[in-house]
Design a protein around this ligand. Structure first.
Ligand code: GDP
Ligand code: MG
Length: 603
């Protein structure tokens, strides 16, 4: 393929602005699939959850053929990128594999937080950006207003933005022509040593580990011995191909081309996104820049509701990990919940997706413990140990408080867009969550807020709260800005005098009391009455900071004794105590499963 006939582009958009629908339309228009093969909408989103939630988790790439106005047939490689901040690194690798991007903006919604975040990333990669104003078929569409927003807020010339409706098929040819006209052709020397970027990898039950690559220089061939420069491993290429979106086998991929290879790789953890692939015998002098190992930032415990399902949970986690190297897990035991796993995620959405897949695809009933971020704990020396810094993923592993010199927690910078009328509520939410306001500006009739917030305060229900305060209109995006010292303490929850490890959490001292009170109040409603009185307490160290009591459901049996027979009265009370003892044997109080999650929601 001559380089001048190749165009590599991705589609960037805020969630729900129509990226997947447009991708389908482009595939359909260029004949990659017959109408009959487009059976279910959204060809690129092949996981069930993706379809239902309308989000794209794994980047996918399709090779399209398009005969442009000049009569030449172009190869257009469309990379679908994940639209959510949790997958920012995958987005960034996909963008690095392209020369241009279609910027899709909803004609009724206008520019949103993720539109901006994605566009800035795209600009960082020197992309040529082709603006598309989508959903012009909607009665509420205001394409001219949105055109001005793109110019005012993003600073992009939108005078020739394509007006489109991915749904009704309006503007599709214009979009394809604009890609050919505006996106630059890739560059690269076919005779140089091989240098290809590992854009993505996934596990396919038939093909094994499939690796998506973008060749920068040299040629990647079937039968070639290749080397992953970061991982240091070598592999024999046994398949080269591309997706149209059907799998098509090829002999090689040259500079500027995007396609996939298989190379008898056992686990996707060996094929890390961002690695550089080179020829084992004639390696490139240097790897491509910017490789980053992604690390989980949010952790929580997952426990089977039914202890007998532990093995099934483990098998399911292994299967999920086959396709998601960024997700981690290790065994954990909890006094309250038994055997389970401590799992690490890239963010909250990632957590929810995994949780949902386990429930839905693997039919598991799960208890999820409080999500926790990664704390850095600086410990002083003890009798047996030197002073050291540890990373804490689980509040249950909190070291001896006497040894803690200081604790650092991760912070983020959040960008929030909101219509004016919800601004007050959102400012209050950010303040309540220890936010530091950095910026408040007005763009296109909406407020743009920048806040620094401790990630700890965001992982619980910040996003839900933001959506409910703004009736769904505010949009949110964030980037991590490093660890900072904070006055943090471990808060334990005691039910019937016993700490419930699954409910313990690390909180800021200043908000501990309010948080503790809220937890106790909610647990009081969530735990059913028992035959005995149940105190619910929140405590820091040995000190109780909040308390509620669930009164006993006791039948007033002693009343029948007419106050007379003291021995009989005692006997009855003893009998009840035994009943209570038996309950305790089974783990004292039965806490309903939903209480673990519901208790964490803040008012
Ligand atoms: P994504 O999150 O950006 O991938 O968005 P989707 O492609 O999943 O689209 C989100 C929703 O908008 C879906 O319900 C689509 O059917 C709808 N949608 C997409 N494009 C259009 C359009 O041009 N017009 C209308 N009316 N709806 C659209
Ligand atoms: Mg989508």
């Amino acid at each position: 393929n001559p380089l001048n006939l190749i165009r590599n582009f991705s589609i960037i958009a805020h969630i729900d602005h129509g990226k997947s629908t447009l991708a389908d339309r482009l595939i359909q228009r260029t004949g990659g699939l017959t109408d009959r093969e487009m059976t279910h909408g959204q060809m690129l989103d092949n996981m069930e959850i993706e379809q239902e939630r309308g989000i794209t988790i794994k980047a996918q790439t399709v090779r399209l053929k398009w005969k442009a106005a000049d009569g030449q047939t172009y190869t257009l490689n469309l990379m679908d990128t994940p639209g959510h901040v949790d997958f920012a690194y995958e987005v960034s690798r996909s963008l690095a594999a392209c020369e241009g991007a279609l910027l899709v903006v909803d004609a009724a919604q206008g520019v949103e937080a993720q539109t901006l975040a994605n566009v800035y990333q795209s600009i960082e990669y020197d992309h040529e950006i082709v603006p598309v104003i989508n959903k012009i078929d909607l009665p509420a569409a205001e394409p001219e207003k949105v055109r001005h927003e793109i110019e005012d807020i993003i600073g992009l010339d939108a005078s020739d933005a394509v007006l489109a409706s991915a749904k009704s098929g309006i503007g599709i040819d214009e979009i394809l022509q604009a890609i050919v006209d505006k996106v630059p052709a890739p560059k690269g020397d076919a005779s140089a040593p091989l240098k290809a970027m590992l854009v993505d990898s996934w596990y396919d039950p038939y093909l094994g580990v499939v690796v998506l690559v973008r060749v920068m220089e040299g040629v990647l061939k079937k039968g070639q011995q290749i080397k992953f420069m970061q991982a240091g491993t070598t592999h024999l290429v046994d398949r080269v191909g591309c997706m149209t979106p059907k799998i098509e086998q090829l002999n090689d991929l040259g500079p500027g081309e995007i396609g996939f290879i298989t190379a008898q790789i056992k686990e996707i953890s060996e094929a890390r996104v961002g690695d550089t692939i080179t020829d084992a015998k004639r390696p490139a002098a240097a790897a491509l820049p910017g490789f980053k190992e992604v690390q989980p930032v949010v952790f929580c415990g997952l426990f089977p509701t039914d202890a007998a399902e532990f093995e099934k949970l483990r098998d399911s986690l292994y299967k999920l990990r086959l396709n998601d190297a960024s997700f981690s897990f290790e065994m954990e035991t909890s006094a309250a919940l038994g055997f389970g796993f401590r799992c690490g995620f890239l963010g909250l959405l990632h957590l929810e997706i995994i949780q949902e897949r386990l429930t839905r695809e693997y039919d598991l009933d799960l208890i999820t413990t409080a999500p926790s971020v990664v704390y850095k704990m600086h410990l002083s020396h003890s009798k047996n140990e030197e002073a050291k810094t540890i990373e804490l993923h689980n509040p249950a592993d909190m070291p001896d408080p006497n040894r803690i010199e200081s604790i650092e927690e991760p912070w983020i910078e959040a960008t929030i867009y909101t219509p004016d009328e919800y601004l007050g509520g959102i400012l209050k939410l950010c303040q309540d969550r220890r936010g530091i306001q950095k910026e408040l500006t007005y763009v296109g009739g909406r407020a743009q807020l920048k806040y620094e917030l401790p990630l700890n305060e965001v992982v619980f229900d910040f996003y839900d709260r933001l959506k409910s305060i703004s009736k769904g209109y505010a949009s949110f995006d964030y980037a991590q800005v490093g660890h900072r010292e904070g006055d943090l303490v471990k808060m334990s929850i005691l039910v019937n005098e016993e700490p419930v490890d699954a409910l313990s959490m690390i909180v800021h001292r200043g908000t501990a009391e309010a948080r503790g009170r809220g937890m106790c109040e909610r647990l009081k409603d969530l735990i059913p009455r028992h035959l005995f009185k149940i105190p619910i307490q929140a405590a820091i160290g040995g000190k109780v900071i909040a308390r509620e009591t669930i009164s006993a459901m006791r039948k007033d049996v002693t009343a029948k004794c007419y106050g007379g027979d003291a021995t009989r009265k005692r006997k009855l009370l003893d009998k009840q105590k035994k009943g209570k003892a038996k309950m305790r044997e089974y783990g004292s109080v039965s806490i309903p499963q939903e209480a673990f999650i519901a208790a964490l929601r803040m008012g």
